[in-house]
Design a protein. Structure first.
Length: 101
């Protein structure tokens, strides 16, 4: 049996990597990938705590909800990114400084 602390360490490392990617990258798609890494770290936490607690289904149910929300988020974010690429010709968020049409 794998101890819960190893899952929590893995989750913390994944969250830190995702945060670093989301903060440092100059590409909207890479920023989105960083956010997805952070959401997966949260999923690992939910499953790890559900394994150590009394109710296994609760943590896994929360993880399932997060995966569904993440899939919807990715679909919407990619559609927005594609529209920004068409309008501005770049995916660099520093070059997109216009708020109006």
């Amino acid at each position: 049996m794998i101890p819960t602390t190893l899952f929590l360490i893995l989750s913390a490392v994944l969250f830190a990597i995702g945060f670093a990617v989301a903060i440092t990258k100059k590409n909207l798609i890479m920023m989105l990938m960083g956010v997805e890494l952070m959401l997966n770290a949260v999923n690992i936490n939910f499953v790890a705590f559900s394994r150590s607690g009394n109710s296994v289904a609760e943590g896994q149910l929360f993880s399932l909800f997060i995966m569904v929300i993440a899939a919807a988020e990715v679909a919407i974010a990619l559609a927005i990114i594609l529209k920004l690429k068409d309008k501005y010709g770049t995916l660099n968020p520093d070059k997109i400084d216009e708020l109006k049409n």
